[in-house]
Each structure stands twice: as structure tokens, then as C-alpha cells.
Design a protein around this ligand. Structure first.
Ligand code: SME
Length: 161
């Protein structure tokens, strides 16, 4: 299968396989990020932000692929990232330049999806993906990204001390 022919649905089983062999939550995050970034070429920046334990009102950048972002820590009341984590809802933005919440990572970014990660019903972080294309995230992308975020949540639940 070539990279260019891949569709989001093709990656569900590949993601499931990663969760079966991951040595830690951090390792699973790294492998999810690497898979999505490599296989879906319109996913130009892929990363996790996780809630900092202390206080719990700040998101900290975790594993990511793509250009370095100035937003290594994001308060819950800022950005699309903050909105997704504080509402516990997936946010899809077709045109980031028309969304006043948007915090710019790269001038090339045109659209974004942010999916919360839950552990025992509580948001612990989120999967954030940016694209250089307008409205890059359709229903299949949403399904794939929500699947990836849920896999991490289930893994963290099962491996929590
Ligand atoms: N665009 C995000 C900030 C994170 S960077 O895109 C990696 C936001 O608006 O919260």
C-alpha cells in the first residue's frame, strides 16, 4: 500500500497494534504521532498535549512530529487546545484564520482538529493535528483521531499505578 493511497480508515488496525505492544504511555504517544504524521501526508503537525498534574489548568507539549511550536504550554482558557480540553469535546476548525481562539504554530497551518483524551471520565490531555490544507479533517479523520485518543486513554487507564 502506498502512502498516497492511504485513507484514515486503513490506519485503525495499525493503531490498535501499537497499543498492544507499547511499553509505556509515552512510548504509545510517540508511536501514534509517528504513524499518523508519516502515513497521512496532510497531517502536517501531530502531537499530544497533556494536562500538568499540579494545578491541572495547564497543557504541556508531549511527543510531536512537525515543526517546533512556540506553544509548549497552553492554559486551559487559551487556544483551540484549551477549548477542547476544558469542554471535553472534539473541536474541528476548517479555517484557523477565522477562529479567534486560534494560537498560531506555523503560518502554513490552515485547519486543525483537537481531540481530548479521557482517563476514567476525566480529560488528561489531547491529540492535536494541524494541516496546511483548509478543511482537511472530515468525518473519517475525526473517527481516526478519536480512535487514537481513546486508545491512549484506555492504555493509560490500564497501566496507571
Ligand atoms: N493551534 C493550537 C496551538 C497548538 S499548535 O497548533 C501546535 C491552539 O490554537 O490551541
Amino acid at each position: 500500500m502506498t502512502t498516497t493511497n492511504l485513507k484514515p480508515n486503513d490506519l485503525i488496525r495499525e493503531l490498535d497494534a501499537l497499543a498492544k505492544t507499547a511499553a509505556s504511555g509515552e512510548a504509545l504517544m510517540k508511536s501514534i504521532v509517528a504513524l499518523l504524521h508519516e502515513k497521512l501526508t496532510k497531517y502536517n503537525w501531530v502531537g499530544f498535549y497533556m494536562l500538568e498534574k499540579e494545578g491541572g489548568d495547564m497543557l504541556a507539549l508531549g511527543p510531536f512530529k512537525g515543526t517546533m511550536t512556540p506553544h509548549t504550554r497552553i492554559p486551559l482558557n487559551q487556544g483551540i487546545c484549551g477549548a477542547a480540553a476544558s469542554s471535553g469535546k472534539t473541536i474541528v476548525v476548517d479555517d484557523v484564520n477565522s477562529d479567534s481562539r486560534y494560537l498560531a504554530c506555523s503560518v502554513e497551518t490552515k485547519s486543525e482538529i483537537v481531540v481530548p483524551v479521557f482517563v476514567r471520565g476525566k480529560v488528561v490531555g489531547e491529540l492535536d493535528i494541524d494541516s496546511h490544507f483548509l478543511a482537511a479533517f472530515g468525518p473519517d479523520d475525526r473517527k481516526l483521531c478519536e480512535h487514537a485518543a481513546a486508545l491512549l486513554g484506555k492504555f493509560l487507564e490500564a497501566h496507571a499505578h
